[in-house]
Design a protein around this ligand. Structure first.
Ligand SMILES: CC[C@@H](C(=O)O)C(=O)SCCNC(=O)CCNC(=O)[C@H](O)C(C)(C)COP(=O)(O)OP(=O)(O)OC[C@H]1O[C@@H](n2cnc3c(N)ncnc32)[C@H](O)[C@@H]1OP(=O)(O)O
Ligand SMILES: [Co+2]
Length: 133
């Protein structure tokens, strides 16, 4: 893994959480993006070489809504940047981790992404991401 690319935080309302994080980090939200396949709206903040990704559910029953209903707002996943996502998926699968998808999909901020099941990673949802060049 190259670095922590972002930390995903599930929030109920971007309208409330964007100004809150702008105050907290003393940095502007530099990008908002809708990811229809994940039924989320995102908002990004740069912090050194990593980012904070706020996630608000767009639809009832979405992954983010289910998470908030069960656990409340808070840290949802940690994303690691990798150089070659397919090679890393193969390595992690061979090491016994459960991949939540067999092929990378298009994520936010120009990335290919893949998730690992939190049951196989000490209860932490892990995202792998590779920049699309
Ligand atoms: C914006 C795009 C992208 C990016 O580019 O950055 C994103 O970050 S999208 C983020 C949202 N998308 C995802 O999270 C995709 C991967 N996640 C999943 O496929 C599912 O959330 C899941 C992890 C498979 C869980 O789904 P499901 O089994 O349907 O949910 P349950 O509510 O039944 O939970 C089962 C079990 O897992 C625990 N859980 C759920 N989410 C998390 C989590 N984020 N971290 C840790 N544990 C999690 C949940 O509490 C349940 O546990 P038990 O109650 O003990 O059974
Ligand atoms: Co993410």
């Amino acid at each position: 893994m190259l670095r922590v690319e972002h930390i995903g935080i599930a929030v109920k309302s971007l309208d409330i959480s964007i100004p809150l994080f702008e105050k907290l980090l003393n940095a502007p939200c530099y990008k908002q993006e809708v990811i229809g396949s994940e039924q989320v709206q995102t908002a990004f903040f740069q912090q050194g070489e990593t980012k904070i990704e706020l996630l608000e559910s767009m639809l009832p029953g979405s992954i983010i809504e289910r998470f908030i209903n069960k656990r409340g707002e808070g840290i949802h996943h940690i994303a690691f940047e990798v150089a070659d996502i397919k090679a890393e998926m193969k390595r992690l699968s061979e090491e016994g981790f459960t991949l939540l998808q067999q092929e990378p999909t298009l994520g936010a901020d120009n990335k290919l992404v893949c998730f690992l099941h939190p049951k196989t990673t000490n209860g932490v949802l892990i995202e792998l991401c590779q920049e699309i060049k």
